[in-house]
Design a protein around this ligand. Structure first.
Ligand SMILES: [Mn+2]
Length: 311
């Protein structure tokens, strides 16, 4: 597998590194880490993400500004990180090869090479192992990107897939120059007032159903407009619903510019969120998944999820 990757890297002239639309910390950190590593071995690399406005929360990551939302004309290799299917990259498959690096259970194996580690807490852990196996030294900048992606996707080492390996890799990253205190400050202590105001609206809108086993919150465009918050400010809200003692499933949906709704679901019990998301053409993990739906489908979807809860 790694020989195959090595050969593809050697024979390609221009590599694009990309991830899913509306990238999170894992997507961005994994992209930038690979970029730094491939630059080190003198490859021509371009960073591409189809999203117009990237989340500012991650603007401290090295080379963040190098990520462009226009795809260059000529390239022969695409490396996708943290993206479960080709559609979410915003590209159609043409005359180029794909290396697909991910940790989503719902990954569709769209690459010539697919390295999918379902049990890893972040895609950046997979990226770390690839860079290590390719014998490329990990610089402090590269370690910062991988570490940021790891803490973001593991909820600072608190979600289900956090295990010994997550800590082993984190430890190696600190040895390579990642600074946990600094990174945590960048991630946690730079909120906007707009985000806190939107949190207030979220809290006020929490509805509990099925004997308080389900928390549901729906935010509309007007809530974002009123507060000046962006969709990225809402990215961890679903977790607040799940923090309630009685809640087993937290559902959070918010309105997109085109008036569709983005659903995020989290579970504490045996209900597999990725199965629900897949049913509605989305994807994700067992405990955390998401999908997009039309406004008139909302009630049906919520009822569908409610029926999964007994009692
Ligand atoms: Mn991820």
């Amino acid at each position: 597998m790694f020989n195959k990757i090595n050969n593809l890297l050697k024979t390609s002239n221009h590599i694009i590194i990309t991830s899913h639309v509306n990238p999170d910390g894992d997507a961005l950190g994994s992209m930038l880490a690979l970029y730094i590593a491939l630059k080190k071995i003198k490859k021509k690399v371009t960073l591409f993400n189809t999203t117009k406005e990237l989340p500012k929360k991650f603007d401290f990551l090295p080379f963040y500004k190098k990520i462009k939302n226009k795809i260059p004309e000529n390239f022969d290799l695409l490396i996708s990180v943290d993206c479960a299917d080709l559609k979410r990259i915003g590209l159609e498959k043409k005359e180029f090869k794909i290396i697909n690096i991910d940790h989503h259970k719902t990954n569709t194996n769209f690459g010539e090479i697919n390295i999918i580690e379902e049990n890893y807490a972040s895609s950046s852990m997979v990226v770390f192992e690839i860079i290590e196996k390719l014998d490329i030294p990990i610089s402090p900048e590269c370690a910062t990107c991988i570490y940021t992606a790891l803490v973001e996707d593991s909820g600072f080492f608190s979600y289900e897939r956090t295990n010994k390996k997550s800590f082993e890799i984190a430890s190696k990253l600190v040895s390579c120059g990642a600074k946990p205190y600094k990174i945590s400050n960048y991630l946690k202590n730079r909120n906007s007032l707009a985000k806190l105001r939107l949190t207030e609206i979220y809290l006020n809108k929490i509805k509990l159903e099925k004997y308080a086993k389900i928390a549901i919150v729906k935010l509309d465009l007007i809530d974002f407009k009123k507060t000046g918050a962006t969709i990225y400010d809402a990215d961890s809200f679903v977790q607040i619903g799940l923090s309630l003692a009685t809640v087993e499933i937290s559902i959070f949906l918010y309105e997109l510019e085109n008036h569709d709704y983005k659903f995020s679901i989290r579970s504490k019990n045996e209900i597999d969120c990725s199965t629900i998301a897949k049913y509605f053409n989305g994807g994700g993990h067992k405990k955390a998944a998401g999908f997009t739906a039309k406004r008139d489908q909302i009630d049906n979807i919520i009822n569908f999820i409610k029926n999964k809860i007994k009692g």
